[in-house]
Write a protein that binds this ligand. Structure first.
Ligand code: ATP
Length: 583
């Protein structure tokens, strides 16, 4: 398949802000793709070559790309750098340099998708000494056969700035449209995606074998499952209304969620974002490599504990584990306790359709607890009166609150529903449960402090439309240090105009690709004429907004933008709030 086809569709996709049009264009590309390489095309449009959990990175700096352009074209290295400083988009720079290049007419070989993909694989896999030179020569080889528009997208893929505005749900829509001519079939694809976390794999099955085999996709140990999530409610009465009188109350610990996969003593650990974080937890791997089963998938919350007395420490302490080097030292200085709360798979048996009650029984039977390994404390109750006292007890013991679980509930991968309900003390008083919102824009402050923004424009996530809709502007709660860190992190995501996945009536001085998630508290949710979150849902022509937003100090590194607070959650919170006011 010619890479030119991909480049042309990308370029049309860039022109549109409309999601339906994006789906249509992308599905047109998928239809033209030979079925045996459809997975490659899917990964490429996501800016990668494998699913995220395999953890490959290209490792190409802007500097290296510029060097490669200098080597391939007749433009000097300095001229390219200068042009880059001016336009700030390396893809455009590549396009221009190739267009200027006198030698392009000598181009001989047609670039195929297969060749681009294989070269990207080589670039990602080249490591160690001499790797810079190797990467450079792989890229130069590609660029010397690329047309201007192809070069633009090759470069943007390698430097992580493809900016096509299509996230996972849009890809699923496009796949359903391309291969079944019915977008409704996205539901079937979504289930398979939720248990495999691999869009390329689903696409390949769909294109080569059809929809039925997608329905039969099974869990594979070693492939992360998209985590089941909890809804929130604020009173025991509401909880009883949702799940009846008998339920399990579990402590909600404040740590890092781990999905632990063991296959024949081989351990893999995935984060809530499904990155492979096995290397951060050698101590946990050690424990689970000794578990006496063929294979198993478990979920746990890792909590940092005090070295001296074993008490729980704040979540932030776990960040010491997120490093590449000196991990042994980090393990020694920042010990964790592992607190299991679910079992998804055991000895080749998928337990996701088994009830919570049954899964918990299996968990207790299979795990031998010790000082480092525990099962999260729970209490099965028949009477809602016990909820409040158990919540108080949990908070006294250093927990965030409770996760209340429906005894009959199955494990719904990737879903946020009322089978699990989280209850924190804050929910009971005012709205002040925190929200996780995505930075979509920034406004310069007065006096334009260098390397700082005055306020950030934040959005909620509209899952149905796959859009980030503006919800509030936050300018308080930041320390100087945090302002600087956030500013630096945001530079990577800067885009020239409002991003295709952003819906905002409000203007910003700078726009970003939705990337960074911040934890925000606020006083209440109100009807808003300016913000577009939940537009027309409560009142025609109006959206919802957060009043008095304050940054809590926590950057949610563990969340992807699509895992931010959803518009559906916001409307629920709004309705609950108004109920309280009217009662
Ligand atoms: P939050 O920011 O409130 O942790 P979240 O969006 O990360 O929410 P939710 O599904 O809404 O995730 O809340 C459940 C989270 O709480 C899990 O992701 C997990 O990390 C953590 N947790 C702690 N204790 C439990 C428990 N007993 N059962 C399930 N999850 C638990």
């Amino acid at each position: 398949m010619d890479y030119r086809l991909i480049a042309e569709i990308y370029s049309q996709m860039e022109e549109t802000q409309k999601r339906l049009k994006l789906i249509e264009l992308y599905s047109k590309l998928l239809k033209q793709t030979p079925s045996n390489i459809i997975n490659k095309v899917i990964y490429l449009t996501q800016g990668k070559i494998y699913p995220d959990f395999l953890g490959f990175e290209f490792g190409m700096s802007d500097k290296l790309i510029i060097k490669s352009l200098g080597k391939t074209t007749s433009d000097s290295h300095e001229k390219i750098q200068e042009y880059y400083n001016k336009v700030g988009d390396l893809g455009e720079v590549a396009k221009q340099s190739i267009m200027n290049n006198a030698q392009t007419t000598l181009t001989t070989e047609q670039l195929t998708v297969e060749r681009v993909y294989e070269t990207f694989e080589k670039i990602a896999k080249t490591r160690g000494s001499g790797s810079i030179e190797m990467k450079l020569s792989h890229l130069s080889g590609l660029l010397s056969d690329a047309s201007a528009i192809e070069a633009k997208y090759i470069v943007r893929t390698l430097n992580g700035k493809l900016r096509l505005g299509i996230a996972d749900y849009t890809v699923l829509d496009a796949l359903a449209l391309a291969f079944t001519n019915n977008r409704q079939n996205r539901i079937i694809l979504e289930r398979a995606y939720n248990i495999s976390s691999d869009l390329g794999k689903i696409a390949l099955i769909l294109a080569t074998k059809g929809l039925k085999p997608v329905q039969n996709v099974e869990i594979e140990v070693g492939n992360p499952i998209r985590p089941m999530l909890a809804e929130r409610l604020s009173s025991s009465q509401e909880i009883v209304d949702k799940i009846g009188k008998s339920m399990s109350l579990e402590y909600k610990l404040d740590g890092e969620r781990l999905q632990i996969h063991v296959n024949k003593k081989q351990v893999k650990i995935f984060s809530r974002r499904l990155e492979d974080i096995t290397n951060h937890y050698p101590d946990v791997s050690e424990i689970f490599s000794k578990i006496d089963v063929d294979n198993i998938i478990l979920e746990a919350e890792a909590v940092a504990i005090d070295k001296k007395n074993g008490s729980y420490l704040p979540f932030q302490e776990l960040m010491h584990r997120r490093r590449k080097h000196k991990i042994k030292e980090a393990v020694k200085n920042y010990p964790v306790s592992i607190n299991l709360f679910d079992i998804i798979f055991l000895n080749d048996e998928d337990l996701t359709n088994s009830s919570y009650e049954n899964r918990r029984k299996i968990l207790t039977r299979i795990v031998k607890i010790n000082k480092k390994l525990d099962i999260i404390r729970n209490k099965i109750i028949q009477d809602a009166d016990e909820i409040d006292s158990f919540l108080e007890q949990a908070i006294k013991e250093g927990c965030e609150g409770l996760v209340i679980k429906n005894l009959q509930g199955i494990y719904r991968a990737g879903a946020r529903e009322y089978l699990w309900i989280k209850l924190k003390r804050e929910y009971k008083s005012e709205m002040s449960d925190t929200l996780d919102l995505v930075v979509i824009g920034a406004i310069y402050g007065k006096g334009k402090r260098v390397n700082r923004y005055g306020a950030l424009l934040l959005a909620s996530y509209d899952k149905k439309e796959d859009l980030f809709r503006s919800f509030c502007k936050v300018g308080t709660g930041f320390s100087d240090e945090q302002l600087k860190t956030i500013y630096e992190k945001l530079q990577e995501s800067r885009v020239k105009n409002k991003h295709a996945m952003v819906d905002s009536k409000m203007e910003a001085d700078v726009w970003f690709k939705p990337n960074i998630v911040l934890e925000i508290s606020g006083s209440e949710i109100t009807i808003s004429p300016i913000h577009t979150s939940n537009l027309n849902e409560i009142r025609t022509g109006f959206g919802l907004a957060l009043r008095f937003p304050v940054f809590t100090g926590r950057i949610r590194e563990d969340k992807q933008p699509s895992q931010a607070t959803a518009t559906t959650e916001i409307v629920n919170m709004y309705n609950k709030q108004s109920k309280k006011i009217t009662h």
